[in-house]
Design a protein around this ligand. Structure first.
Ligand code: SF4
Ligand code: MG
Length: 318
């Protein structure tokens, strides 16, 4: 939690795959050690792209990625190697990210074989320890991914991701592919591991009730940009950006909040293509409170109040 120990990503970058996809633009996100930043937004808004940029699975063509004060934006794969172990990712669909022909013990051992000089016996011991940490049984190591349930497969994915004691784990919708009954178990496991291992998370989800449970801070993305950021409880209680308001209004309120029911705001229209975003505020075609200025002038991210940022000309004051 010490200041300066943080991961941040600078503005205006795009991911380069087979073609350049400007899916993420004008984003600045700082993640402090030990916290969980929830990244939310509709599908297609660039959450996964940003996640892959954070762990440098995508190249960043324009912008800056700072890791503990070090600019790692332009580092080559070889230069990134020592860092790679400190930045890990858990994917939405564990079946797609686990090689079906390898035993799960092997899959969890793989990062240890690649990145450490541990002996086979030490690796076996570490794998057993990891299985125990994520709630799998010792004899599970000999099984293949298809012999497991979705939740167990995600436990394997998590064991793999934490094998090297990473500093940052980016969780890209880690529970959305799971049955609701299993989701809570995995969320609790992630919370336990965070506490035990002092992990830092970026937790991506479109399900806001999950994000609310786990996040210290949240960042709301719309069409490739972060439109609001702040302490999770504050943003949930008093969202300032009209888009956050609409997203949050769709979350069922479990506890009784003072002031009673929240009015549900239904957004109309589809999310426009990030390759051809609307001029001015990217949200203006769908914004219930848009004004003339919004159609021409793009709002910059600014401090709305201490610890809270918003990119809107007319944030909702409450
Ligand atoms: Fe709505 Fe204007 Fe704010 Fe954009 S800048 S969210 S259009 S009020
Ligand atoms: Mg995604």
């Amino acid at each position: 939690r010490a200041l300066g120990k943080r991961f941040s990503i600078g503005t205006r970058f795009s991911a380069e795959g087979r073609r350049t996809v400007h899916a993420v633009d004008n984003v600045s996100l700082t993640v402090r050690r030990g916290e969980t930043v929830g990244l939310v937004g509709e599908s297609g808004c660039g959450k996964s792209t940003l996640a892959r940029c954070l762990v440098r699975l995508y190249d960043i063509s324009d912008g800056q990625l700072i890791f503990e004060g070090d600019d790692i934006t332009g580092k080559s794969l070889a230069e990134l190697r020592p860092l790679r172990r400190r930045l890990q990712m858990v994917f939405q669909d564990p079946s797609a990210s686990l090689n079906p022909r390898r035993r799960v013990g092997d899959l969890v051992a793989e990062p240890l074989r690649i990145h450490t000089k541990l002996s086979s016996a030490e690796i076996a011991r570490r794998v057993a320890e990891l299985f125990d940490l994520v709630g799998l049984l010792p004899d599970h190591v000999m099984r293949y991914p298809h012999e497991f349930s979705g939740g167990q497969r995600q436990r394997v994915g998590i064991a793999r991701a934490i094998a090297l004691n990473p500093d940052l784990v980016v969780l890209d919708e880690p529970v959305s592919a799971l049955d609701v009954s299993v989701q809570a178990q995995i969320v609790n496991l992630l919370a336990d591991l965070q506490e035990k291992l002092n992990l830092t998370y970026v937790f991506i989800a479109h399900d806001l009730s999950v994000v609310r449970q786990v996040s210290t801070r949240i960042a709301v993305m719309y069409l490739g940009s972060i439109v609001e950021e702040g302490p999770a409880e504050e943003v949930f209680a008093t969202p300032a950006h009209p888009y956050s308001q609409a997203l949050i209004s769709a979350v069922p309120i479990v506890e009784t909040t003072p002031g009673g029911m929240r009015k549900r705001i239904i957004l109309t229209g589809d999310v426009p293509s990030p390759l051809k975003p609307p001029p001015g505020c990217r949200f203006h075609p769908r914004c219930p409170v848009a004004q003339d200025r919004c159609r021409t002038e793009r709002p910059q991210v600014r401090d709305f109040r201490p610890g809270r940022k918003v990119a809107c000309h007319f944030p909702v004051a409450s």
